[in-house]
Design a protein around this ligand. Structure first.
Ligand SMILES: [Zn+2]
Length: 67
């Protein structure tokens, strides 16, 4: 059996940087801003961010930026 680990490029919704995540991984952390995200995978290699891992923390950060 070949260890065929694919990755998919996604864009962080917090800082807009692009990074690669292992195919099918349910939770990712942005290497640039450290924000954790929940992922949804439609099919192998095609995924998108659906929500922050921690809503409370995310909203706290967002409020701080607006001030
Ligand atoms: Zn980020």
């Amino acid at each position: 059996m070949a260890a065929d680990v694919k990755t998919a490029a996604i864009r962080c919704k917090s800082c807009n940087c692009r990074f690669d995540v292992p195919d099918g991984q349910k939770e990712v952390v942005c290497p640039e801003c450290g924000q954790g995200w929940k992922m949804r995978w439609f099919r192998p290699g095609v995924g998108m961010i659906i929500a922050p891992l921690n809503w409370t923390q995310f909203q706290k950060e967002a409020r701080r930026v607006q001030e």
